[in-house]
Design a protein around this ligand. Structure first.
Ligand code: NI
Length: 198
């Protein structure tokens, strides 16, 4: 089966419900890596993501620092705070985290292990934060995706939100099945680093 895991970082944002609608109406799911300021600004939207069937939530740290500069304990604190906030809002214990900027080292991995989360990177970088262009986001996914891919996007940018329907339709036309990160990887081990499946 051709599987792909769409992921959205830095939210939840005000337009995240549009992403949920675009996904759900097409029978697709995704994983949302959330950070502290966004969770504080949009707690109800975080709850909505948690309550939408099939969606996975993940930890994107509390204040979006370079976790590699904080030491093991500092990194753990960043993850635990976000883990606990997501649990408080949605009732879910997240098992996946994405380090801001993809910045990780042995200390970050050890911190993730202590919090019970695996470290999720990506193999498809849409560069959506840079282009801020829906057509460019769509084109990057088409160009880079292959079975087992983890696709990095950001649901805080209107251009990305606008691209999601086309991205999903393109992938469906190519025969892809949408899964969460945990589904794609067949379960994950805390502290272990993943970039894609296979
Ligand atoms: Ni981020």
């Amino acid at each position: 089966m051709k599987c792909v895991a769409l992921t959205f970082d830095d939210g939840p944002g005000k337009d995240t419900p549009k992403v949920l609608e675009a996904l759900s109406s097409r029978g697709a799911v995704a994983t949302f890596f959330m950070q502290g300021p966004s969770l504080k600004a949009y707690p109800d939207i975080a709850k909505q993501v948690g309550a939408t069937p099939g969606m996975e939530l993940g930890d994107h740290s509390w204040t979006h620092p370079q976790l590699t500069g904080l030491g093991r304990d500092g990194a753990e604190k960043q993850m635990r705070q976000t883990h606990d906030k997501i649990k408080e809002l949605t009732g879910k214990d997240v098992s996946v985290m994405r380090p801001p900027y993809g910045a990780r080292n042995a200390s970050v991995d050890a911190a993730a292990k202590a919090v019970g989360e695996s470290v999720i990177l990506w193999d498809v970088d849409t560069m959506d934060w840079k282009s801020r262009n829906a057509s460019a986001v769509r084109a990057e996914v088409k160009k880079q995706v292959r079975p087992g891919s983890i696709v990095l996007m950001h649901d805080i940018h209107a251009s990305t939100v606008a691209a999601v329907p086309n991205v999903v339709d393109d992938l469906k036309a190519e025969g892809y099945v949408f899964v969460t990160v945990s589904q794609l990887l067949g379960g994950t081990t805390p502290g272990k680093v993943y970039t894609r499946f296979g």
